[in-house]
Design a protein around this ligand. Structure first.
Ligand SMILES: Cc1cc2nc3c(=O)[nH]c(=O)nc-3n(C[C@H](O)[C@H](O)[C@H](O)COP(=O)(O)OP(=O)(O)OC[C@H]3O[C@@H](n4cnc5c(N)ncnc54)[C@H](O)[C@@H]3O)c2cc1C
Length: 470
């Protein structure tokens, strides 16, 4: 049965589109964090929407589960198959055409890598206003399937806000074309939005029409040292008042994260003369030359006011693009730097923006008091009410064993706290396999029932990304 399936699949996709070679398959069977490892029947890499549709239709006939995969940069094990080896790993990376670019929109295959999309937009004097640390790997299909966020959500919204049109292959192999970028369309449910954020469990994204923005005319990047997370919150409010629409990003990190990055990147330098307990990375941007000319003054007056109000201990403003990039590199390197330190339980959480400083101030000491020897830290998108709340294991703890024992209790504790603060246990990384049990434990039963009903209707055999999300 399986042999028939694989013979038919090879006939469909050709030798370039299907491999069993362990050397080619292995790198895609472990998640980015190295936490999950699976097996697969084979790795299929169709080169067109029609090939994806034929592959999915064949899987439906043979009852073969499918794990869709883009860049495999998921932070929640969403693209890693289970250990049974019964699923087909379906890579969308060959669906990578970009263009045409017109009317401030671009048509992209699902396999287009985010960095390549940025470069293509740039060549047309435009930009794609979503970025994140995994931009060298993450694909358009993966970004859509996880409704990714990143560091520009404050001004431009998540992936949901960038998708104007979508094409997908459904569980029976049919193609749904929602590509037309209509400004107004009230023919019932917004099916495109149902697919966005569904983590490959409702359909396979094959292409999208994305919104582009004019290229910025200038930016000012500020690195500020702060005493407390409440000062960061007050600085955010001040920046929102003074910079208004020019405020594009507002990230925070504690000293521990900067120290880890400086250790990880030997060429990186301390941005300030002395260490502060907290840092804020603020990006102000201008859409036209006039506003760009006023940016330095805006940044300086914002910092001046913050200093007078005692919100900031010290600060620096990047003097040029190279310095701006160097500051962002410190922020974008937190995840790999921390991964190099040792085991940690990661929680990608949100609470209402107004409550985030109180949440961090209360929950960090609560976790450290309850779980002896751990270090809790929160960093990321304060402006969106979303931080990555990581709890590092005591030195010397063994990764797998600690994660499966103490780590699980830590995650339950953090997620219970988040739920008590009316927050979300998955702000931007998705549920994947990592938080599936926690979603089932904590989500409102009505929400779960509605999601399960949609899943049952669209994928009655349960073949699309089994063991993830629901
Ligand atoms: C250093 C680093 C920093 C990151 N920072 C952020 C951040 O700030 N914000 C953020 O939101 N994320 C962040 N991420 C996570 C990650 O980059 C995003 O989740 C991204 O959207 C995943 O894209 P991918 O192509 O790698 O998808 P994969 O990891 O391959 O897959 C992710 C999920 O989408 C599904 N999927 C993939 N392609 C398709 C498709 N074509 N159709 C249907 N389903 C599909 C998979 O089955 C899986 O469930 C970061 C990752 C790294 C490594």
């Amino acid at each position: 049965m399986t042999a028939d399936f694989l013979i038919e699949l090879e006939r469909l996709l050709g030798r370039r589109g299907l491999t069993h070679d362990p050397a080619l398959t292995e790198p895609w069977l472990t998640d980015w964090r190295g936490r999950y490892h699976g097996r697969a029947l084979a790795l299929a890499s169709p080169a067109s929407t029609d090939e994806v549709a034929a592959t999915v239709s064949l899987c439906a006939r043979h009852g073969v589960p499918i794990v869709p995969q883009g860049g495999n940069s998921s932070m929640s094990g969403g693209a890693t198959p289970d250990a049974s080896g019964t699923a087909l790993l379906l890579s969308l990376r060959r669906l990578d055409p970009i263009g045409p670019v017109e009317d401030g929109q671009v048509r992209c295959g699902a396999g287009v890598i985010l960095q390549n999309l940025h470069d293509a937009a740039e060549r047309h004097g435009l930009r794609f206003p979503l970025t994140l640390g995994g931009k060298g790997s993450a694909t358009v299909g993966g970004l859509i399937a996880t409704n990714a966020g990143g560091t520009q959500v404050l001004r431009h919204g998540t992936m949901r806000d960038q998708v104007l049109g979508l094409e997908a292959v459904l569980a029976d192999g049919s193609i749904i074309d929602l590509m037309s970028p209509l400004k107004k369309d009230n023919r019932g449910f917004d099916l495109k939005q149902v697919l966005i954020g569904s983590e490959g469990t409702l359909g396979i994204v094959t292409a999208a029409t994305l919104r582009l923005k004019p290229r910025i005319a200038g930016r000012s990047v500020i690195w500020a040292g702060l005493e407390t997370i409440h000062d960061a919150r007050a600085l955010l409010l001040l920046a929102q008042q003074r910079a208004a629409a020019a405020l594009e990003g507002f990230e925070v990190l504690p000293r521990h994260c900067l120290a880890a990055v400086l250790n990880y990147l030997p060429a990186a330098r301390e941005p300030l003369a002395w260490a502060a307990p907290w840092y804020a990375l603020i990006e102000l941007v201008a859409d036209n030359a006039d506003d760009a000319g006023r940016l330095p003054e805006l940044a300086e007056s914002l910092l001046g006011e913050a200093l007078v109000r005692d919100l900031v201990l010290d600060a620096t403003i990047a003097a040029n693009e190279a310095q701006a990039e160097a500051l962002w590199l410190l922020r974008d390197s937190i995840s790999p730097a921390e991964r190099a330190i040792g085991p940690a339980m990661q929680h990608d959480i949100s609470v209402p923006v107004a409550d985030m400083a109180d949440f961090i101030a209360a929950t960090v000491p609560a976790v450290e008091a309850r779980f002896a020897g751990t270090t809790a830290l929160a960093f990321g998108h304060l402006g969106d009410g979303n931080v990555h709340f990581h709890v590092l294991a005591p030195p010397g703890a063994e990764r797998g064993a600690w994660e499966e024992s103490v780590g699980k209790h830590i995650s339950r504790f953090v997620h219970d706290e988040v739920t008590a603060w009316h927050g979300s246990i998955s702000a931007e990384h998705g549920i994947g396999q990592m938080k599936r049990a926690e979603l089932a434990r904590l989500a409102d039963p009505a929400r779960l029932a509605m999601m399960r009903a949609i899943k049952q209707a669209l994928d009655p055999q349960g073949l699309l990304n089994p063991g993830k999300l629901l």
